[in-house]
Design a binder for this molecule. Structure first.
Ligand code: ZN
Length: 292
């Protein structure tokens, strides 16, 4: 049966021209929306406060990939499930990695050298992310390239402002105030950018739970090296970290946003999340050092 083709309204025509973009997790979703503005139709897969390491894709996710013009992933091994889904759906959408051109931190996990995927925790890398996103959107919709470039420029200025604020916050910490414990190894890039030392009972991924020996070793380390503050993460169960803090005699300094934005409040955007993390870290580390 032939469907009757009705003429599109002006609104529908605008909608039809928008690039259909899928992003893998909330931080990329926010960055992509900031660049794409009203010229894209965005579907983000792993939402706020959700853990992308252990994500189980749904049939809806598969359908979103099939309908997409462009898929934006983090890369560096962060979302292996996405690549499996791209393959099984045989989507014709282009897959672009936002970390292309980032200099990875390499770590050893179970005797293997693997890149740390949490590159968004360095603002200099976020600048690379938005350049890659702008390029990918412009390739997908060349007619909007000038608009995307303007959005990129405006966002880059906000990034630069935040970078200056973050530097001046952290700069004031003494070397002895720069040791931090979090649930999993998600802040290597932040540590590298500002000279903070992060240790965690869990490795780069959240897939495997730490052993009793690993937890005991970390508690000893906190007691012996005077680690000032311990932080819970929004994507992780806080109980283990609270126990580690208590037994090690450290303060729980608050919640850090590691791999996902908050579902509401100031940390529900990338810039807000980053500012929250820096302020929370700096305040807790200063306070912890002041209380012997
Ligand atoms: Zn992570």
């Amino acid at each position: 049966m032939l469907a009757l083709a009705l003429p599109l309204t002006a609104d529908e025509r605008v909608k039809d021209e928008r690039v259909k973009v899928v992003t893998s997790f909330s931080i990329l979703g926010d960055l992509t929306q900031e660049i794409g503005g009203d010229r894209i139709q965005l579907t983000n897969l792993v939402g706020a406060d959700e853990d992308a390491h252990v994500y189980q894709p749904t049939p809806d996710d598969g359908r979103a990939l099939l309908a997409a013009d462009l898929i934006i992933a983090n890369g560096l091994g962060f979302e292996p499930w996405l690549y499996r889904l791209v393959e099984s759906t045989e989507t014709s959408a282009q897959v672009v990695e936002a970390t292309r051109g980032v200099l990875p931190i390499w770590l050893e996990e179970d005797g293997e050298k693997v890149p740390d995927p949490h590159a968004w925790q360095n603002l200099a890398n976020a600048r690379i992310y938005i350049a890659n996103i702008t390029q990918a959107l412009s390739n997908a919709a060349p007619a909007h390239a000038a608009y995307f470039a303007e959005q990129e420029q405006a966002y880059a200025e906000r990034l630069a402002e935040l970078l200056a604020d973050a530097r001046s916050e952290i700069e004031r910490l003494e070397p002895s105030q720069r040791n931090v414990v979090t649930s999993h190894d998600a802040f290597g890039y932040l540590g590298q950018a500002y000279g903070l030392n992060f240790v965690a009972p869990q490795g780069l991924s959240t897939e495997t739970e730490p052993s009793a020996q690993e937890v005991a070793a970390l508690i000893r380390q906190i007691r012996e090296s005077g680690i000032g503050a311990v932080f819970v993460e929004n994507i992780r169960d806080p109980r283990l970290i609270r126990q580690i803090a208590e037994e090690g005699g450290a303060v729980v300094g608050g919640t850090l946003y590691s791999d996902a934005l908050a579902s509401e409040g100031p940390a529900s955007s990338y810039l807000g999340m980053y500012r929250h993390n820096i302020t929370t870290l700096a305040e807790a580390l200063r306070t912890a050092a002041a209380t012997p």
